[in-house]
Design a protein around this ligand. Structure first.
Ligand SMILES: [Zn+2]
Length: 66
């Protein structure tokens, strides 16, 4: 099964269809989560931009791991 690293904590077992692990996903501000969830269903064109925003948020709001 495809998986990738969580952009928030570096956890390496995030399923490919999810942006971040559960813990980090719920750290994201609700407005960002709503944009991602909505665009995933209804706005594929812009989805990757919202995902990029969220990853940027993680970069700015995460302490560098170890
Ligand atoms: Zn995480």
């Amino acid at each position: 099964m495809a998986s990738h690293k969580c952009p928030g904590c570096g956890e390496g077992r995030v399923p490919a269809h999810m942006l971040a692990c559960n813990k980090c996903w719920f750290r994201l501000p609700k407005c960002l989560r709503d944009d991602i969830v909505f665009s995933w269903r209804h706005d594929h064109e812009n989805h990757r931009h919202f995902v990029a925003d969220a990853i940027e948020w993680f970069v700015e709001n995460s302490r560098s791991p170890r």
